[in-house]
Design a protein around this ligand. Structure first.
Ligand code: HEC
Ligand code: HEC
Length: 255
């Protein structure tokens, strides 16, 4: 049923997307199919290929040797590493769907089962997008935290709304807490300031800024941030906890 449905979707996509000139460039006989059924029809093969290309957000020549317009394309060649990797990926997806997901315990009676496809992991990117926190961490390693925060804006500009990355404030909060664990409170604060540029009214972000100021011994700045958090959300648990901590601390020199 699922297979039939996705075939129908593929066929629809093929009709919509495949330019007639493109179809003419595709041979009627296939000579190097190692995993797909060698008896597969041309329509089904092209549907599968369109699905893969769409799942990865690439064109046919990402994996096949030849030009963008497919003229003179050598589809049978295994020269490109991406094509050889794609076979491995297909094997992986088949094993996941056929073995590992085949008889899952029933969590919800009658629930529709999902299958793993290229898109499940790749989300329309040639390599699966990493968690934004991991991505920013890798950029920070090369270009510092300032570089990573600049990259955040570019990623947001390019991908916001696509679902490829998580741009909710909680992701930058997670990055900030990694920076705190690494003993970089100034960088953690910068990260949260960046978050406020996009979500100025996120009480949790203000509360976390308050906590960091508390830890770095600046109760004045801490209180200001905590009060902003409570002005937005009077019941904010983190802010209330931080406030209680400030009130329990005997005032030191001028604080
Ligand atoms: C992500 C990599 C990838 C993309 C993108 C891709 N293909 Fe393929 N293609 C493959 C792999 C892998 C095979 C071999 C499958 C097998 O061994 O069973 C293949 C096989 C083929 C074949 C059969 C070649 C033969 O003679 O054995 C044709 C034709 C083909 N693809 C056309 C296309 C077209 C048209 C597109 C663009 C719509 C496309 N492919 C996009 C990976 C890709
Ligand atoms: C379970 C997750 C998952 C699924 C499903 C999956 N991939 Fe991948 N794919 C990955 C990961 C992870 C990498 C990156 C591996 C690396 O960095 O070396 C990758 C890398 C690739 C690459 C190499 C990209 C490059 O530029 O180096 C190709 C090509 C590819 N996948 C094709 C496919 C195709 C085609 C499908 C569907 C048939 C598919 N993948 C399904 C996880 C997946």
């Amino acid at each position: 049923m699922i297979a039939r449905l996705s075939l129908a979707v593929c066929a629809g996509l093929v009709l919509l997307l495949l330019p007639i000139t493109g179809e003419a460039q595709i041979p009627d006989e296939f000579t190097n199919l190692k995993l797909l059924d060698p008896e597969i029809s041309k329509g089904q093969l092209v549907g599968t290929m369109r699905d893969w290309a769409g799942g990865l957000g690439v064109r046919c020549n990402h994996c096949h040797v030849g030009p963008d317009d497919l003229v003179g394309m050598d589809f049978a060649s295994d020269e490109k590493a991406t094509k050889r990797t794609a076979r491995r990926m297909l094997e992986m997806a088949r094993r996941i769907n056929g073995e590992l997901l085949a008889d899952l315990p029933v969590v919800e009676e009658g629930a529709q089962h999902q299958v793993v496809s290229c898109y499940t992991c790749h989300r329309g990117r040639s390599k699966p997008p990493r968690n934004i926190v991991v991505e920013l961490g890798a950029i920070a390693e090369a270009d510092g935290v300032d570089g990573a925060l600049e990259a955040y804006d570019s990623l947001r500009e390019e991908h916001y709304g696509s679902g490829v990355y998580d741009f909710r404030p909680s992701a930058l909060a997670q990055a900030a807490s990694h920076l705190m664990q690494a003993g970089q409170p100034a960088d953690a604060l910068k990260t949260l300031e960046k978050s406020l540029e996009h979500h100025p009214d996120e009480a949790d972000t203000h509360a976390m800024i308050g906590f960091i100021h508390l830890q770095t011994g600046d109760p004045g700045a801490a209180l200001a941030a905590i009060e902003r958090a409570l002005a937005i959300d009077p019941g904010n648990r983190g802010a209330l906890r931080a406030k209680a901590m400030i009130e329990a601390t005997p005032p030191s020199d001028g604080g």
